[in-house]
Design a protein around this ligand. Structure first.
Ligand SMILES: Cc1cc2nc3c(=O)[nH]c(=O)nc-3n(C[C@H](O)[C@H](O)[C@H](O)COP(=O)(O)OP(=O)(O)OC[C@H]3O[C@@H](n4cnc5c(N)ncnc54)[C@H](O)[C@@H]3O)c2cc1C
Length: 345
């Protein structure tokens, strides 16, 4: 079977604020790109870690919610039609003999890119694992960190671990369909929305749900079949909970992941770059935002925006070395205004 290869000027790895603004800066120069993120939504740390918190140090915005910042960036880059590949981890990056790049994701999307900008932040966000011995054996079959198809969990004995919104939302959604349902959380308090927690408590009163305060201790298996999980409760006793499926919602942790294997010069989990173009040791591969390092680096959104502007010129020069570069203003440049879709004439 021949694999479909997407040919593009630039691939951006990471759709956090830096990657999103990179789309804008490349777009102003008339350069098209595809953008990949492991997460299912754009915004990186802003969306994943602190969507409802206010940010006070974005120039000219005295106050901006983190989610709002991402919404505004998405609106700002709309004219440039970047194609998003969300829910895909970039796993391969190889320079080819013609100076272009082979980039591939974990779901088999393959790119032939003229240049690459890595805006991977603190790395790929991965679900925090259950962490009991032998859990890997059941991952993807009976142990899951997300729900891809809810019907797989219907008519099953379910145990859900976690105390945040995902754990409670899936408990509410699946309890009426499950044969049995136990929610395990290490503390009596839940971090989920109070209205959802109240609904969850109602389910315990009608007998559709049992809540256990404790920690996963050991898996209970019969050969290759997971039959349940031993949980150490807050009172110190061990309880066996029968389970055909385990769902674990312990949040996400960031890992540099595959970026570490691409031959880049890395110092303390960050890619070393110059401060003229934010180019790495591999010509044609640029790194911006929290993922890069250089003397004086500060991991701020503002820094990522500045780096994206200069990296765009570096990318342009790599792709089109003969092209004369000059600075244009969005206020006065007809070419930029045309690209932005705001040209009046
Ligand atoms: C609680 C908190 C509050 C903060 N408050 C502020 C503030 O007030 N002001 C400020 O300036 N900064 C603040 N920051 C820091 C700011 O959020 C970061 O500097 C910023 O998010 C960095 O942007 P980024 O685009 O470089 O990386 P990120 O936001 O980390 O985004 C990187 C993206 O790359 C993706 N990725 C990584 N590897 C891969 C791969 N192999 N394939 C596909 N995708 C990949 C990740 O999934 C992620 O979505 C705060 C951070 C936190 C945690």
């Amino acid at each position: 079977m021949s694999e479909k290869i997407i040919t593009t000027e630039v691939v951006i790895v990471g759709a956090g604020p830096a990657g999103l603004f990179q789309v804008f800066e490349l777009g102003l120069l008339g350069i098209k790109c595809h953008i990949i993120d492991t997460l299912k939504a754009p915004g990186g740390q802003c969306t994943e870690l602190y969507p409802d918190k206010p940010i006070y140090d974005i120039p000219a915005l005295p106050y901006c919610g983190a989610r709002e910042l991402v919404d505004r960036l998405m609106q700002q880059i709309k004219p440039f039609g970047a194609e998003f590949h969300l829910g895909e981890e970039t796993v391969e990056l190889k320079k080819q003999s013609n100076g272009r790049f082979h980039v591939a994701t974990d779901v088999g999307t393959v790119f032939d890119a003229g240049a690459v900008v890595i805006a991977g932040g603190v790395g790929s966000f991965q679900p925090r694992r259950l962490g009991v011995e032998g859990h890997e054996r059941f991952e993807g079959s009976q142990l899951h960190y997300s729900v891809k198809n809810a019907a797989d969990f219907h008519g099953r004995k379910l145990v859900i671990f976690g105390g945040g919104d995902s754990a409670i939302d899936w408990t509410l959604a699946l309890a009426p369909k499950a044969t049995s349902m136990v929610l395990v959380h290490r503390r009596p308090e839940f971090r989920a929305a109070p209205a959802s927690v109240a609904k969850m408590r109602e389910l315990t009163e009608t007998g559709q749900l049992r809540v256990v305060e404790g920690l996963a201790h050991e898996l209970h298996a019969d050969g290759d079949l997971l039959k349940g999980v031993h949980v150490k409760t807050s009172t110190g006793e061990t309880q066996l909970l029968e389970a055909e499926r385990l769902l674990v919602f312990f949040g996400l942790a960031a890992k540099l992941g595959p970026i570490a294997d691409w031959g880049l010069d890395i110092d303390k989990k960050a890619i070393k770059v110059d401060t003229e173009k934010f180019e790495s040791n591999i010509p044609g591969v640029f790194a911006i935002g929290d993922i890069n390092t250089y003397p004086g680096k500060k991991k701020l959104i503002l820094s990522g925006f500045h780096e994206a502007a200069l990296a765009a010129f570096g990318v342009q020069h790599y792709l089109y070395p003969a092209k004369k570069q000059f600075l244009q203003y969005t206020t006065t440049s007809p070419a930029m205004q045309k690209r932005l879709g705001v040209a009046t004439a």
